[in-house]
Design a protein around this ligand. Structure first.
Ligand code: FES
Length: 680
C-alpha cells in the first residue's frame, strides 16, 4: 500500500497519490486535471495558479496540514512582487506535494474553462480554441551537428509540449531567426491546429514569454449590418463588440438586388466583394482600438452569414443563388488564411473559419443559430426565429429539425424605414403611446430614462434623438395599433379620425409624429404609411416562413418560441403578439435568446469541437425552400392584418384591448400591402 501523499483536485474531484516533492502541476497533468500552463512549468507565465485548502475534509477523506505543500519559494515571491498573487494562491509549477492536500483549480487557471453566457437558458461555451500559446526553450545551433532553427523549434515543441509536427509559411520564417536570437532561444509561439489539420501551423512567434494574449473575431455578416465580437482566446471574454452597416447596401438593399447587380454589371460581384472586405478591415481596426489591443494579436476570425453574403465574402459570383435550383458553390465549412480574403488588418497569418451552409437560401447564419440554440436536443417542439434582413427559422425537437430562411427585408433592422437607423446611441428603442391622449413617450439608446422623465434631456445631450432602430419601429407600430391610430389593415388614420394632431397628412396618406426637432435644425421623426407597410411585409414573411415549417412538420402549434436576432432580446412578447409576428404559443413559452447567430459564431471561435459538431448537425437538418412553395404566398397574405386575422394569440385579449377602427373611407391609402415581397 502506498504511503505517498494523497492529492485531491477540485472541482474535478480527481485524486491520486504522488511522491513527496512532486510539483502540483505535474500531479495535475498525470491525473488529467485541467490546469493551464503556457511556460511549461518555468514559473514565468502564472497560468498555473492554484488554491490549496488546509484542514479536515471528511468528504474527501483528507486532513491537510499547514505544511502539506512546500514553502513559498523565491519564484513565487518574485511573481508576487511584480504582479501580485491573490491571497491564498500558489503557483502550481513551484509548489510541491509534501503531505495529503486538497487543491482547488480556479476557473481562470483552467484551460477548458466555461464562459458563462448571460441568458439563463443558454448553453455555456467551453474554451478549446484552435489557436494556443506555447512557451519553449529552443536549443542553440551547433556547428558540429547542423540543424535549422525551425527544426530545433519543432524538436523543442515535441519534447516540451508533445506537439508532433509543425508547419510555418515563408512570412513566419523570415521572423524566426531574429526572434529566436532576440529571445535568447526562449520564445512563445502561437500554434493553430484546425479540426481537420494533421499538423499545427506557427501563426506567430515572440521573443521570451508573450503576455499580451491572443484574440479572435466572431463576425455575423448580415445583409444590412456587420456585427463583430472581439474575443479573448484564452478566457473567452468578449473585449469589445462593434458593428457597421454593410456597404454593399449601395448595390442593393436586399440580397436578390445584389445578385441582380452582379448579373447586370460585369465585375459587379468583385466590386461588392471588395466593399465588404474593406468594411471588415475597417471594423477590425476600430474594434481593436476600442479594446486597446494590437490588431496583430487577432489570429482567428469566424464568419456566419447567409449564402449570398457567404459567396460575396469569398469572392464567388452569387449568380446561381438567384435562380432555382439555388446551387451553392460549396455548402461545406471553409478554413482558409485570412490574407486569401484580403483581410489585412489582423495578424498576417490569421486563419478564417466559415460555418457550413445548410442550403441555397439557408446559410451559415442559420447553422450558427442551430449551434447556439440546439433545437435537435430539445424534448419539446421549439420554433426558433432569428430576425434580421432574412429571418432564419428553425423548427424541431430531438426527432427532427427543419429550417428555412424567409425574406423579411431590412425593416426589422431599422433600414428602409423613413426615420430608421441602426441600433446606436440616439436611436429610439422603446416607445409607448397613451391610448387616451395619443401622446408618445420613448427611450433612446444610451439613456435609461423615458422622454417624459426629469433629467432625460441632460442624459441624451451628447447623442441627441436621431431616429428609430429596429426594436423601436416594432414597438411603435404595435403601440399605434393599441392606441387606435392604426386599423387592422394597417392604415394610419387622419387627425380627425384618430383625434390627435400628431397624425399628419403625408401625400395621400398619413404619418404619426413622434418627435419634432426641426425648428432647432434637428430631425423630424415620424412613422409613415410606408413604414407600416414595410413592417407588415416583414412580419408576414416571418409568420409565413414559420407556418410553412409547421405544415411540413404537420403541426398547428408549437410548444415554445425563441426569438433571436440582434434585437430579439428587445421585442416584448406583447408587441410581438399585437403585430402577429409569430404563430400562436403559450405566452410564458415565448423567450428571447439575444443574438443567436453571433453566439454561434463565438462558440465556433472558442471551441474547435463545435466546428465538427455543427458540420454534422447541418447534414441532418431538413431545409424547406420558401421561394418555390406556393403555400408560402397563402400564409403571407393571411398574415398581413395586425394582429393576424385567423391566428391571433388567444391570450392577446387578456393582455391588451384592441380598438377596431377602420380608416378606409377617404383614407386614400396607396397599395394594398398584400403584394408578395421579393425574396431578399
Ligand atoms: S506554469 Fe507557468 S508559472 Fe507555473
Amino acid at each position: 500500500m502506498t504511503t505517498d501523499p494523497l492529492v485531491v483536485f477540485t472541482p474535478s474531484g480527481k485524486r491520486g497519490h504522488f511522491p513527496v516533492g512532486t510539483p502540483v502541476l505535474t500531479a495535475a497533468r498525470q491525473l488529467g486535471v485541467d490546469l493551464d500552463s503556457v511556460c511549461g512549468g518555468r514559473g514565468i507565465c502564472s497560468k498555473c495558479q492554484i488554491t490549496p485548502s488546509y484542514g479536515e475534509f471528511p468528504k474527501h477523506g483528507v486532513t491537510a496540514s499547514e505544511n502539506a505543500l512546500s514553502e513559498w519559494n523565491a519564484v513565487e515571491q518574485r511573481y508576487d512582487d511584480k504582479r501580485g498573487l491573490k491571497s491564498g494562491r500558489r503557483l502550481g509549477c513551484q509548489a510541491t506535494v509534501q503531505g495529503d492536500i486538497v487543491i482547488d483549480v480556479p476557473p481562470e487557471s483552467q484551460v477548458h474553462r466555461q464562459v458563462v453566457r448571460k441568458a439563463a437558458t443558454a448553453r455555456a461555451i467551453t474554451m478549446d480554441p484552435a489557436t494556443r500559446l506555447y512557451f519553449v526553450v529552443v536549443e542553440e545551433p551547433d556547428m558540429h551537428s547542423p540543424t535549422g532553427d525551425l527544426e530545433r523549434l519543432e524538436r523543442a515543441l515535441r519534447e516540451q509540449w508533445n506537439i508532433d509536427a509543425i508547419t510555418a509559411d515563408l512570412s513566419l520564417m523570415s521572423k524566426l531567426q531574429p526572434v529566436l536570437r532576440k529571445g535568447k532561444w526562449e520564445v512563445t509561439v502561437a500554434l493553430h491546429k484546425g479540426h481537420k489539420d494533421e499538423a499545427a501551423r506557427v501563426v506567430e512567434i515572440w521573443p521570451g514569454l508573450h503576455e499580451h494574449g491572443l484574440y479572435g473575431l466572431a463576425i455575423d455578416l448580415g445583409s444590412t449590418t456587420i456585427a463583430a465580437h472581439l474575443t479573448d482566446m484564452e478566457t473567452g471574454e468578449v473585449k469589445a463588440s462593434s458593428g457597421l452597416m454593410n456597404p454593399q447596401i449601395r448595390f442593393g438593399e436586399d440580397l436578390m438586388s445584389r445578385v441582380s447587380y452582379s448579373m447586370m454589371n460585369p465585375g459587379g460581384d468583385q466590386e461588392m466583394t471588395k466593399a465588404v472586405r474593406e468594411a471588415i478591415n475597417d471594423l477590425t481596426t476600430s474594434i481593436s482600438e476600442e479594446a486597446g489591443i494590437s490588431s496583430e494579436l487577432i489570429v482567428e476570425t469566424v464568419f456566419v452569414c447567409n449564402p449570398v453574403m457567404h459567396h460575396l465574402l469569398l469572392g464567388l459570383d452569387p449568380v446561381e443563388l438567384g435562380q432555382a435550383p439555388f446551387a451553392l458553390a460549396t455548402s461545406e465549412s471553409m478554413s482558409l488564411p485570412a490574407r486569401e480574403m484580403d483581410l489585412t488588418n489582423m495578424n498576417p497569418r490569421a486563419q478564417v473559419y466559415i460555418l457550413p451552409c445548410i442550403a441555397g437560401h439557408v446559410g451559415a447564419d442559420c447553422a450558427a443559430v442551430a449551434l447556439s440554440e440546439e433545437p435537435g436536443k430539445s424534448e419539446d417542439l421549439v420554433l426558433i426565429v432569428d430576425v434580421g434582413t432574412n429571418a432564419e427559422i428553425l423548427l424541431g425537437n430531438t426527432s427532427r429539425v427543419l429550417a428555412c430562411s424567409s425574406p423579411t427585408g431590412p425593416a426589422f433592422e431599422g433600414a428602409q424605414i423613413s426615420s430608421g437607423q441602426r441600433a446606436a446611441p440616439g436611436a429610439i428603442e422603446r416607445i409607448e403611446i397613451d391610448p387616451v391622449t395619443k401622446e408618445p413617450r420613448f427611450r433612446v439608446i444610451g439613456s435609461e430614462k423615458w422622454s417624459d422623465q426629469e433629467g432625460f434631456d441632460q442624459e441624451i445631450a451628447t447623442s441627441g434623438i436621431t431616429g428609430i432602430c429596429g426594436s423601436g419601429i416594432i414597438e411603435a407600430v404595435a403601440e399605434m395599433r393599441v392606441a387606435g391610430l392604426l386599423d387592422e389593415s394597417g392604415l394610419i388614420g387622419s387627425a380627425d379620425q384618430t383625434g390627435t394632431p400628431r397624425c399628419v397628412p403625408e401625400g395621400r396618406t398619413h404619418a404619426y409624429l413622434i418627435h419634432d426637432a426641426s425648428a432647432e435644425g434637428g430631425p423630424r421623426i415620424t412613422v409613415t404609411q410606408g413604414d407600416i407597410r414595410a413592417i407588415q411585409l416583414a412580419k408576414s414573411a416571418l409568420y409565413a416562413g414559420a407556418r410553412l415549417l409547421m405544415d411540413e412538420m404537420n403541426v398547428d402549434t408549437v410548444d415554445r418560441v425563441v426569438l433571436a436576432g440582434a434585437f430579439g432580446a428587445h421585442i416584448s412578447t406583447k408587441h410581438a403578439m399585437v403585430l402577429g409576428m409569430i404563430p400562436d404559443a403559450p405566452l410564458n413559452k415565448v423567450s428571447s435568446a439575444g443574438n443567436a447567430a453571433g453566439t454561434g459564431a463565438r462558440i465556433a471561435l472558442c471551441n474547435i469541437g463545435a466546428r465538427s459538431e455543427i458540420e454534422r448537425v447541418v447534414r441532418e437538418i431538413t431545409k424547406v425552400e420558401t421561394a418555390i412553395e406556393p403555400k408560402f404566398q397563402d400564409h403571407f397574405v393571411a398574415a398581413n392584418a395586425i394582429p393576424h386575422k385567423t391566428d391571433p394569440f388567444p391570450e392577446l385579449s387578456q393582455v391588451v384591448t384592441l380598438p377596431s377602427p377602420s380608416f378606409n373611407a377617404g383614407g386614400g391609402e396607396e397599395g394594398s400591402g398584400r403584394r408578395r415581397r421579393r425574396r431578399s
